[in-house]
Design a protein around this ligand. Sequence first.
Ligand code: HEM
Length: 457
Amino acid sequence: MLQLSLSWLGLGSVATSPWHLLLLGGASWCLVRLLVWIYTFYENYCRLRCFPQPPSGHWFWGHMGMVKSNEEGMQLMTELGHYYPDVHLFWFGAFYPILRLTHPKFIAPVLQAPAAVAPKEMTFYGFLKPWLGDGLLVSTGEKWSHQRRLLTPAFHFDILKPYVKVFNKSVNIMHVSLCVFVCMGWLKLLWGFMCVMLLSISGLPCRSPSEYIAAILELSSLIMKRHFQPILYVDFLYYLTADGRRFRKACDLVHNFTDAVIRERRRTLSSQSVDESVKAKAKSKTLDFIDVLLLAKDEHGEELSDEAIRAEADTFMFGGHDTTASGLSWTLYNLARHPEYQERCRQEVRELLRDREPEEIEWDDLAQLPFLTMCIKESLRLHPPVISISRCCTQDIVLPDGRVIPKGNDCIISIFGVHHNPTVWTDPEVYDPFRFDPENPQKRSPLAFIPFSAGPR
Ligand code: HEM
């Protein structure tokens, strides 16, 4: 048997097997890793001391108790903005510090850094990966640039223009629904709602949500819930929970649906030449997103794989549905609270549609609605549909006041915080469309208004 002298450990000379050696080696490796981690954590902790943090952090949960996805949480964020107008530190649990940036000057070095220096952080975006794969929202670096180049033609004006017809149709459906509510009176709201549902079933206004839409809504709410459960950030643990299993099930449903659409479209496309199918589509209806993806080719003539198409289609469904719904709802809400602005918008539209039959907005009209545009922008400022995005600093990043975000830390760019920052916006809580009056441009940073984010991704 192998003899090993462990006298330096005070154990004298012991007989030991290779397993003992392996165990000792493993234990030493773990110990070294732990010490390195503690040292790195402590060093980082000291470097982060220059950033203020809200009081009342729990020793284990940190500031998690302050993060709430409801009105109270938003009010708290607004209050924090008054105390910390540029940057502060938040602890997501005992070991996960995050810097929250709330001033245009302070978000600039992060948002405008090359994608390799401040890529999307993968803790939160990683939750989306099983659903959205390597779609534009989750991918970074070279992969992101490649996909982005391929997808740029999807947003060419010629492709977007025919969608104005779809918008008009959707607006008409919304009007009918609202008229039913108004005519029935609010007391009979429930009855009216049921009528709308019945009309929908018979093919008139909005359809009842399909399984696919229900799955998307479930995925979105499960992801939000997971944000507040740091222990479940570990995939292995998450997928053991009931929520994790529901997440997987909903992912499968969404993927099967998108796959079926792609297969069907590929079959149709392969029976026609590319030109033929584009012409046929252009004649009959709008060229939709799946068609554009199926026809996309990179500079080497390479097409997107079915997996890549699915990732993008799922990404656009996720990125496009709740943001626009929220943006529209808040605009309507703000106009309802300010009848004087609502009336001005109505007059602007009426003027535009005067003597027009049918009364439909066209593409070129969109630039002829300056006041409505100001109202929408102000609503996106006051109630941004995406309240924050996050980035990871792969290098030290110097802030304008000389403080440094140490390499390896994650940052939250608080879109809500910037839009409500009292040092950037006068009376930030007031809905005032004239802030965006093009005839009276105000001196402010281009990063003061970032509902759609900015910079490389
Ligand atoms: C009011 C409407 C919208 C708002 C406020 C909004 C906001 C945002 C924001 C803040 C980001 C940046 C995310 C990040 O950098 O981490 C983003 C990215 C993205 N959004 Fe939207 N969005 C809106 C509508 C849409 C629509 C209608 C679609 C698609 C149909 C869409 C698709 C995407 C995609 C694909 C990305 C990723 C882009 C990239 O990384 O290159 N969004 N959006």
